[in-house]
Design a protein around this ligand. Sequence first.
Ligand SMILES: Cc1cc2nc3c(=O)[nH]c(=O)nc-3n(C[C@H](O)[C@H](O)[C@H](O)COP(=O)(O)OP(=O)(O)OC[C@H]3O[C@@H](n4cnc5c(N)ncnc54)[C@H](O)[C@@H]3O)c2cc1C
Length: 441
Amino acid sequence: MKQNNNNTWISWNENLKHNYEKIYSVSTEEELREVIASNEKIRFFGSKQSSADIAAGTDALIDMTSYNKIVSYDYNRRTITVQAGIILSELLEAIESVGWCIPCLPDINTITIGGALATGTHGTSGKLLCEYMTECRLILADGSIKTIDKDNKLMDAVRVSLGMLGVMSTVTFQCEPEYILHVKEKPENDKEWLPKIKSRLKEHNFLRILWLPHTDTGYVITGDKIDSNKEIVENQGPKYLKHRRTVSKILYKYSHKFPWITAIANKIIAKAFFNSKKEHKGSLYQATVTKSRGSTLELAEWTIALDKFPKVFQELKTEINKWSNKSFIHIPMDIRFVYEDKSWLSYAYGQDTVTMGCVSRNAATADTYEAFKSVEKIFIKHGGRPHWGKRFTAKDPQLSKVYPKWEAFKELREKLDPTNKFLNPYLTELVNAKVVVNEIA
Ligand SMILES: Cc1cc2nc3c(=O)[nH]c(=O)nc-3n(C[C@H](O)[C@H](O)[C@H](O)COP(=O)(O)OP(=O)(O)OC[C@H]3O[C@@H](n4cnc5c(N)ncnc54)[C@H](O)[C@@H]3O)c2cc1C
């Protein structure tokens, strides 16, 4: 096991920095268990791609990225077991190589499985990634190991738990046979796509809308399962489309100083990059997940019950189109759909859910990005739930109102981690944890 001492932990987009005393890089479950048992306070991180301050902030840290092996396949059950530090791209390539898939994927492949599960990472037109987990081995604060399968009553609490109940060691996923999607993309006026959400969710296997704030337009992406041999007329649009993120970054360069620039930049970006129709086919992974990003960004994302979405959307649109405030929003606001589940801290607990992203292309100036505040205010007012891995300010009082199982989760956390070993300052405030005696000492 490697150990590095005394340095600074820095998140992917450099917005979070923490001094630490020791970082352990583990590659076996026994090392992971030993490190957890022998430290009074500890956090653990994957690819450091969360904007929320949930991954570090304690003197001792575990880098999970060397704990990254495929443990086994079960070809009869169509399951795969992996160590939790594996990068999503490696897991997906491994299951595609045997003709399987996980049918709902996020738009990023560089994150670790542990980080993705802990934060309720999701895609669209399916369930959260963690809902496809059928078993995990959880290392508790005392160093003991609990195997939790889908029939264990703890599973609903563990799936999304921000590493506050324990560290996921190995994880088993239920896969499905791989399928090919026929993907079509086109711009539509807000008046057209908004009322069609429910019918499109029934009609298509995949639905995602990249909303282009300040343009009255959504870029609608649908996908339908087709026979893999079916010929389609491929149209990937003009070649220059691949420069969209770089051009956006340039156009938004001074938008923190002059927020109104955003409204003009968005009109240019919408015309140049979201005006053409596209058509292509591929697996869910190949056809819909972004494989490379040239620059960092800062993200927030809010979620709301499907039935409430049209009202929240209209209110948000009115608010950000007022030139009296500074809530101009960079393109795109990613609108996706997640089906109801029972995981206690899931965005989709008890309700079909819409998720809406909010991006600042300038990560360094994110603190001045008024849009994060306006979006949070509107979603909170309507009972929205924040993405755990992204930027938000809501804490225990607000979260207890929107998560029916919030108090149950807090009780369980106190029982499994009575000395608050797994809490950093951000998480302590998030769950309003009582300070325990050995923390003061
Ligand atoms: C460009 C970009 C695109 C994104 N796209 C999406 C998207 O499409 N959908 C979506 O839902 N989210 C998305 N996210 C959010 C992202 O999926 C989460 O922030 C995810 O947690 C990042 O994984 P990571 O490996 O970087 O985890 P980290 O940020 O390193 O850690 C996140 C949390 O997981 C905990 N953790 C890590 N490993 C374990 C473990 N083994 N056991 C228990 N807890 C653990 C950490 O302690 C921390 O609390 C995106 C983020 C970025 C930057």
